[in-house]
Design a protein around this ligand. Structure first.
Ligand SMILES: Cc1cc2nc3c(=O)[nH]c(=O)nc-3n(C[C@H](O)[C@H](O)[C@H](O)COP(=O)(O)OP(=O)(O)OC[C@H]3O[C@@H](n4cnc5c(N)ncnc54)[C@H](O)[C@@H]3O)c2cc1C
Length: 554
């Protein structure tokens, strides 16, 4: 299999060589890089902005692992399977929950400092869907920032890890046998490696994070444009479960026109006893689920959306006034500061909240060693679909998945290296040139894609809303093709490459979501409100049709 489509881009003007190229510098990418070093492999980490600019830094609540007294991996497994609504891969979950506690301890060994009690034991909190306190946190609600700090500092002090920041990876390069052999990238800067270049490598690891920017309102940072999924599709890889987008129920509501990354009010706030109310002060979650406000996220997001519809309101409220100032300041300093920066004081007032796109449960399909369906191409972290999350991710399982499966990829690469199965690869330049160049949309397409997706493929979906979304996306593709035909193509640059990636990912997501005629996990169909195990207890796999370059789900 070789790359059938590629982004329109200038030919590479420079080349460099490494053993393994890792794309992305969140928890997943940096963990791979640090671990393959132990096998004597050189790592090159390429990242779009600064090293800590992905979602990892923003994670608040914590990292789930059976570390507490009386807790066991088996109980963690049970909670994960329930949240996943019948579509988790039990073996993947078993790997996560059994290897998770030691992976967290190894992260502590790398330098991450978690919050401890007076006896030096890790403090654990609860989040939605967990029947036990098993969420380790750092800096109160700044867990991701601490994990990122520790990993960034570790890679910076490892001379065997080379780092390129401000570099947008474009497409995969393969050898004549279709094995991943490197990638093309665009370095934004001035210097030796400026503009489009190529990296040659024995294997490629995608750790590019999520795709929240495909919607107007999201908790994800600006870099989360689904580039890894788009690259993998163009390279012929299978992606799966894309329809299962988790909408976080409690994102700070900043007004009807707010766009892009919005501040999150972590589930841990509800875990510590804050509750949801409508404008009349009614606790509408009571009676909807045995865990009330701590029901799994999809249940809470749907209940909020329903209550918003019922009341004709644009948001609901979170009430944590009973915590008092001291608890807000010590336990949730980040959230307190971000609320106050927007003129809301949770100590004395209600916090306006509404659901926003938060987490992609699906992604590039991998096996338990992180291998994708393209030989030599690996994926881990949020960009991957290992089978751990099924139709809905259990809170705080994602940082853990990033850690555990990154370690698994490193172990697989080390084993292949030892066995002589990781030779240098010759890049198939002719094959790369033969791939169809995807016409680039205008940069303004980004906002239009987000608007279309939020309107028709958000928390509430129906065949009609998704047909309208698909038609809007098809129009954008037609416009890009028309501009090429008229010899007025959009310039190849970061904004248009990202818009092309968002467009492809949005189209793939809608193709899968339209096909799944049931409600399951975080995928909610108004026209098919029930879960339908007889027809739909299965995964939808999406690939790119070679002839048309459009995503097809089966
Ligand atoms: C606000 C918020 C709160 C969260 N809270 C929690 C929590 O409490 N617990 C939990 O378990 N999970 C939480 N999550 C989810 C979790 O943070 C993410 O799923 C996880 O950090 C993803 O890690 P990652 O390494 O896969 O990707 P990221 O950390 O997102 O990193 C992706 C990297 O890829 C780079 N990249 C992307 N595209 C390209 C490209 N084309 N070329 C080069 N580089 C590229 C990015 O720049 C970035 O460095 C939260 C997420 C958000 C947004």
């Amino acid at each position: 299999m070789s790359v059938s489509h590629r982004l329109t881009a200038p030919a590479p003007g420079w080349t460099m060589t490494t053993d393994v190229v890792v794309v992305g510098s969140g928890v997943a990418g940096l963990t791979v890089a640090l671990n393959i070093r132990k096998a004597g492999l050189r790592a090159l980490v390429v990242t779009k902005a600064m090293l800590d600019d992905g979602s990892t830094r923003w994670a608040q609540g914590g990292i789930a692992a059976a570390l507490g007294e009386g807790d066991t991996p088996e109980q963690h497994l049970d909670d994960t399977l329930v949240a996943g609504a019948g579509l988790c891969d039990a073996e993947a979950v078993r790997a996560l929950v059994t290897e998770g506690p030691d992976a967290v301890r190894r992260l502590i060994g790398v330098g991450a400092e978690f919050d401890l009690d007076a006896d030096g034991e890790i403090l654990l909190t609860r989040e939605g869907g967990h029947h036990r306190r098993r969420i380790a946190h750092a800096g109160g609600d700044a867990t991701g920032a601490e994990i990122s700090r520790a990993l960034v500092s570790a890679v910076r002090s490892d001379p065997g890890v080379e780092l390129i920041e401000h570099a947008l990876v474009l497409d995969l390069l393969t050898d004549a046998e279709g094995h991943a052999a490197g990638l093309t990238l665009h370095v934004m800067g001035e210097g030796q490696r400026d503009g489009v270049g190529a990296v040659r490598a024995r294997a490629v690891v995608l750790a590019t994070g999520g795709m929240g920017q495909v919607f107007s309102a999201t908790t994800n940072p600006a870099v989360s444009t689904g580039d890894g999924v788009a690259l993998a599709l163009r390279a012929g890889a299978e992606v799966t479960d894309l329809e299962f987008v988790q909408f976080h129920p409690t994102v700070l509501w900043l007004g009807p026109d707010a766009e892009g990354q919005q501040p999150l009010v972590s589930e841990a706030v509800r875990g510590e006893g804050a509750y949801l109310v409508d404008a009349d002060g009614t606790r509408f979650m009571v009676g909807q689920h045995e865990l009330n406000e701590l029901a799994p996220r999809d249940i809470v997001a749907k209940a909020i959306t329903r209550q918003m519809q019922l009341k004709g309101a644009e948001h609901m409220y979170l009430d944590g006034r009973h915590f008092g100032a001291e608890m807000w300041e010590t336990r949730f300093p980040t959230i307190l500061a971000s609320c106050r920066a927007h003129g809301i004081d949770p100590v004395t007032g209600l916090i306006p909240v509404a659901p926003a796109a938060h987490y992609a449960s699906g992604g590039i399909r991998t096996d338990l060693r992180g291998r994708t369906t393209v030989p030599g191409l690996y994926a881990c972290g949020e960009v991957a679909c290992t089978g751990v999350h099924g139709a809905n991710r259990l809170a705080s399982n994602s940082l853990l998945e990033g850690l555990v499966f990154a370690e698994r990829i490193a172990a697989d690469l080390a084993e292949r290296h030892r066995a002589g199965d990781l030779p240098e690869r010759a890049v198939d330049v002719a094959g790369a040139r033969a791939a169809v160049a995807v016409p680039l949309p205008a940069p303004e397409a980004r906002a239009e894609i987000q608007r279309l997706m939020s309107r028709g493929a958000g928390v509430l979906r129906s065949a009609r809303s998704m047909a309208a979304t698909a038609a809007g996306l098809a129009d954008l593709a037609d416009q890009a093709r028309w501009h090429v035909a008229e010899e007025k193509p959009a310039d190849p640059r970061v904004e248009t490459w990202e818009a092309a990636n968002l467009h492809l990912v949005a189209s793939a997501l809608v193709a899968a979501a339209a096909q799944r005629e049931e409600t399951r996990g975080c995928h909610w169909r108004e026209d098919f409100p029930e879960r339908d195990d007889a027809h739909w207890r299965r995964h939808l796999i999406t690939t790119l049709a070679t002839a048309t370059g459009t995503p097809v789900s089966r």
